[in-house]
Design a protein around this ligand. Structure first.
Ligand code: ADP
Length: 677
């Protein structure tokens, strides 16, 4: 609080001195001063005291000073009171407008220094707004009290206050910001120091020559040269101080009747022109210096951004070059835009040597089954035609890889560019493992099914024999045991077949084509109805069914599994009612729904039933292995879709899965789902 009061007193003294200085330049018979440094000092005072605790003390002090000095220098009380009103209005309007326009500036509520050309224009705007408000009160008051005031007097009031505020506030905002942030004196080179010295000497010489020596000649304009020099080369704070000092020199000489403006007859006009000159000098110097600062700041940011971008690019190049997967970018004209070493190595080190991609034969590219790869099937050609290529497998066999290598290739168009990015991944080891596993599964299944067939054959024989025997207790026991053996053998055959299907769906290469889902569903449902017999035949309702893009064999397996479950998991004596329909959803997908009126899925098991071997209805005599839905999930996911189970609100369950929609509008012929079986 003491500090705040102390600052108010210090500012008051400064303002008092400035007001006195101003009152010494009163125009004859008008009570109007020619220069008014107090305007700038006041604005600075109130800007600095923005956050002071005793803010009410400042306007009171200002009012007291204005009143005292004006009356002491001969102004009547009424006029002095009007001047108090003019001063307070001027400072209030300036503060409000400046804070609104540049709230980030130190002195206007923020912390940033006055460092942009925009800050200068906003300061000028706030200054003009403040002085206009003050001028609307001051000169009319003089007219009211003294009875005469001219437009020139009003212009003098406006100009003197504007120039004073602009210069002093600019100096104050720059110097005050340095003061608060601690002066950071950068090392200045001796050469630069010499330039500062030279400028000071030149400025003083030029002004002394123009104002003191060169009587009468209107040679004010060459003085701008030193301001431009300072603005272009020297520190901005020095530039504003330079403007202030030279401005003071110019005004003092003019008031004294010397210099290029001294020839102007009227006092007012002379003061007006001199101050307009000072204002001009200040604006030119500051705008050049601030523009230069902004440019160098932008240049620095640009350099930093350029450096960061170069470092980022370097990092990306290092990462891409050290990847074991191949990455390449191919332009629309079939030339390489970039490729990493791995992409060359995966193609056995074979290059075209021209920068343009050669035909598949040159690189030794084949389909995995060994058939030659046509040009049109190259991943980048398909991607350039607008297709997203996912994991297309190729056999690479050339002088670099005589034993052959399986490479999975993905390609897609680059966003906003007419090139494509191609990624190569070596899957030779995985494929070898998969083939070995499939061969092993095949052998195991075959070896297990063989003895089962033998068991079934002998069981049939035994059944025939038992039928021919007399009906005794022993014969009935034997027949019962035999039927258990046959049922166990059936279950085992089921399990082996499911396991085989599971490994196949997991590993088989999928060959998606456009499929008429309606035809396929009709096929499956007819077979199911035939199997059930007339009495318990399920009732199927088919809604709209959209064509899909899927592997027909796997799709049939999926639909058959789900419809089979819908029929199977129905309460005894209930006729299964099953609805199958589809809708198109976003992302080029078709959502297929299969709804039944069965026994439903127990709460909390809607997700678990898709796990291997999970069975939700172990009691109730529903036979099964718990693998069917795991197979369905795998099939759907391998096509890029998803599958979920929910409750049918009318009782029963609903299975929903998504598949890619057909690529063509009309699928001309129903693809036979069992074409490959
Ligand atoms: P399973 O061979 O036992 O039918 P699935 O994997 O096909 O094996 O199904 C897993 C479990 O999910 C089944 O045991 C059954 O409990 C439940 N389930 C599957 N489909 C249905 C359905 N339509 N209604 C009710 N429960 C079902």
């Amino acid at each position: 609080m003491i500090g705040s009061l102390g600052r108010t007193l210090a500012w008051s003294v400064l303002c008092l001195l400035a007001t006195f200085a101003g009152r010494l330049t009163i125009m004859d018979g008008t009570s109007l001063s020619l220069v008014w440094p107090a305007a700038g000092v006041t604005v600075l005072w109130f800007s600095m005291q923005r956050r002071a605790r005793l803010r009410w003390a400042d306007p009171l002090m200002l009012a007291a000073i204005t009143l005292a000095v004006n009356m002491a220098t001969g102004a009547p009380l009424v006029l002095a009171l009007w001047f108090v009103a003019a001063n307070l209005t001027q400072v209030a309007v300036f503060l409000r407008v400046h804070a609104r326009l540049s709230p980030q500036l130190w002195g206007a509520g923020g912390d940033a220094p006055l460092s942009r050309a925009t800050d200068l224009w906003r300061l000028l705007f706030a200054t003009v707004a403040g002085t206009l408000a003050g001028a609307a009160i001051g000169p009319p008051a003089v007219w009211l009290v003294s009875g005469h005031v001219s437009w020139v007097d009003a212009a003098v009031w406006f100009t003197r206050n504007t120039v004073s505020i602009l210069l002093i506030a600019a100096v104050g905002l720059r110097v005050g910001h340095h003061w608060r942030g601690g002066w950071q004196v950068r090392r200045i080179s001796p050469l630069r120091l010499a330039e500062y010295g030279a400028l000071i000497v030149c400025s003083l010489s030029a002004y002394v020559i123009a104002f003191a020596v060169n009587h009468g000649l209107p040679l004010a304009f060459p003085l701008l040269a030193v301001t431009v020099w300072a603005g272009l080369r020297l520190h901005t704070t020095f530039v504003v101080l330079h403007d202030l000092c030279l401005g003071a020199v110019a005004v003092l000489f003019t008031l004294h009747g010397d210099g290029p403006f001294a020839t102007i007859e009227s006092h007012q006009a002379r003061a007006l022109v001199a101050q307009a000159f000072v204002g001009m000098v200040a604006i030119v110097g500051l705008s050049i210096a601030l523009g230069r600062d902004e440019r160098s700041e932008l240049l620095r940011q640009l350099t930093d951004t350029g450096r960061a971008a170069a470092a980022q690019a370097q990092l990306l190049t290092t990462i891409v070059d050290s990847m074991s997967d191949g990455v390449a970018v191919i332009r629309a004209d079939g030339t390489w835009a970039m490729r990493n070493p791995a992409s060359v190595a995966l193609l056995g080190g074979v290059t075209s040597g021209t920068g343009t991609i050669a035909d598949p034969g040159h690189y030794g590219l084949f389909h995995p089954d060994g058939t030659p790869l046509p040009d049109a099937d190259m991943a980048h050609t398909r991607a350039l035609a607008g297709e997203d290529v996912h994991n297309m497998e190729l056999l690479v066999r050339n002088s670099g890889v005589p034993d052959g290598r399986i490479v999975s290739v993905s390609a897609r168009r680059l966003l906003g560019d007419d090139g494509v990015v191609v990624v190569f991944h070596d899957v030779t080891a995985e494929r070898r493992q998969r083939d070995e596993l499939a061969a092993f599964a095949g052998v195991v299944a075959h070896d297990l099914l063989n003895p089962l067939t033998t068991i079934d054959g002998w069981a049939e024989n035994l059944d025939d024999t038992l039928r021919g025997m007399p009906d005794t207790a022993a014969q009935r026991d034997a027949t019962d045991s035999l039927s258990r053996i046959v049922r166990a053998s059936g279950r085992m055959r089921h399990l082996i077949n499911d396991l085989l299907a599971y490994t196949t769906t997991r590993n088989a290469v999928i060959a998606p084509v456009d499929v008429r889902l309606r035809d396929l569903v009709v096929d499956v449902t007819t077979a199911r109805a035939d199997l059930a017999g007339a009495a318990t035949a399920p009732l199927f309702t088919l809604g709209r069914l959209h064509d899909v893009h899927a592997d027909p064999v796997l799709l049939r397996q999926l639909v058959d599994n789900l419809i089979g479950n819908a029929v199977k998991y129905t309460a005894p004596g209930v006729v299964p009612r099953i609805e199958i329909c589809s809708v198109r959803v976003e992302g080029d997908l078709v959502r297929v729904e299969i709804t039944d009126n069965g026994i439903g899925i127990p709460a909390g098991q809607h997700e678990a039933i898709f796990n291997n071997f999970h069975r939700a209805h172990r009691s109730g005599g529903y036979a099964g292995t718990g693998l069917g839905l795991a197979i369905c999930k795998r099939i759907v996911e391998r096509h890029g879709g998803s599958i979920t189970a929910t409750d049918n609100p009318d009782g029963g369950s609903r299975f929903v899965f998504t598949l890619p929609k057909a690529t063509r509008r009309e699928v001309a012929h129903a693809v036979k789902a069992n074409a490959r079986s």
